[in-house]
Design a protein around this ligand. Structure first.
Ligand code: 1JT
Length: 253
C-alpha cells in the first residue's frame, strides 16, 4: 500500500511508543522511513529499533530548537529528495501539570505544553510542505481530553484541543497542494508517556469497562489507522479527528 512512499515518523521513544507502532504498519506496507528523536537520551533506543532497516534515516529533532528542525528536513531532502507523509506523535507537559487542578496550571507549564504538543504540528507541516511535491498526508495523535474533561489530563487537554483545531486549519491551507492533515484520537495506552499517569492500571480498567468493545486499544490498532490515513485509501479524508478508542467516546451514562 505504501510502496515507493517516503515517510517521516516523529516521536519514537521505545518499542511501546505509538510512533513505533505506526512505523511498523508503514514498514509492513512497503514505505521507506526517516525517524527523529528528542535528545541524546533517546538516540540509542531509536537507532537500535531501526538498525536493521534498509534506507532508514535517524536524525535529532527537538521541536523547541528551530535549527534542529531545519537540519532534520535538510537531511531528509538530501537523502530522499521528497516526502509523502509525516506521522507526528509528540507531546509534553511538566509532570506537576498532569495532576491536581487545572486551575493551578502555571504560565510556563501552559506555554511548554502548547508549544511542544500543539504548535509543533504547524512547525513540522510548514517544513514538510516544500518536500511534499506529489501531495502528502500528515497525521497527528490526540486524546479524548481535548473534548471532554478527563481528571488530571488538565493542560494536555487544552493542548490537544489546540492540536485538533490546528489539524483543521492546516487541512484548509494545505488542501490546495493535495496535502491532507488528520488526527487520531487514541484510547489510553500503556506507553512511556502514560507511565506518569496516577493509577494508570485503574484508569485503563475503567475505560475497558465503559467501552463498547470491552477492552483497551492496542498500539498496533493505532498503527493500522495511521497507515490508512497516510495511504491513498483515505484520499478524501482531511481535517478529521478519528477515534480509535474501542468506542469509548460514543458513550453517555
Ligand atoms: C502526555 C503524557 C500526553 C501522557 C499522555 C499524553 N496523551 C495521553 N496521555 C496519557 C494520559 C495521561 C493522563 C491521563 C490520561 C491519559 C505524559 C507526558 C506529557 C505528554 O489522565 C487521566 C494524565
Amino acid at each position: 500500500m505504501l510502496k515507493d512512499k517516503i515517510g517521516l515518523i516523529l516521536g519514537v521513544a521505545n518499542k511501546r511508543s505509538i510512533a513505533w507502532a505506526c512505523a511498523e504498519s508503514c514498514l509492513e506496507a512497503g514505505a521507506k522511513l526517516a525517524f527523529t528523536y528528542q535528545g541524546e537520551r533517546l538516540q540509542r533506543n531509536v537507532e537500535k529499533l531501526t538498525g536493521d532497516l534498509e534506507d532508514a534515516l535517524v536524525v535529532p529533532c527537538d521541536v523547541t530548537n528551530q535549527e534542529e528542525v531545519d537540519a532534520a528536513f535538510a537531511a531528509i531532502k538530501a537523502k530522499y529528495g521528497r516526502l509523502d507523509f509525516v506521522i507526528h506523535s509528540i507531546a509534553f507537559a511538566p509532570r506537576e501539570a498532569l495532576e491536581g487542578e487545572f486551575l493551578e496550571t502555571s504560565r510556563e507549564a501552559f506555554l511548554t505544553a502548547l508549544d511542544i504538543s500543539a504548535y509543533s504540528l504547524t512547525q513540522i507541516a510548514r517544513a514538510a510542505k516544500p518536500l511534499m511535491t506529489d501531495g502528502g498526508s500528515i497525521v497527528t495523535m490526540s486524546y479524548y481530553g481535548a473534548e471532554k474533561v478527563v481528571q488530571n489530563y488538565n493542560v494536555m487537554g487544552v493542548a490537544k484541543s489546540a492540536l485538533e483545531s490546528s489539524t483543521r486549519y492546516l487541512a484548509n491551507d494545505l488542501g490546495k497542494h493535495n496535502i491532507r492533515v488528520n488526527a487520531i484520537s487514541a484510547g489510553p495506552l500503556n506507553t512511556l508517556s502514560a507511565r506518569g499517569v496516577k493509577n494508570l492500571i485503574g484508569f485503563l480498567r475503567q475505560v475497558e469497562e465503559k467501552a463498547p468493545l470491552k477492552r483497551n486499544v492496542e498500539a498496533a490498532e493505532v498503527g493500522s489507522t495511521a497507515l490508512f490515513l497516510v495511504s491513498d485509501m483515505s484520499s478524501a479524508i482531511t481535517g478529521e479527528t478519528i477515534f480509535v478508542d474501542c468506542g469509548y467516546n460514543i458513550m453517555g451514562v
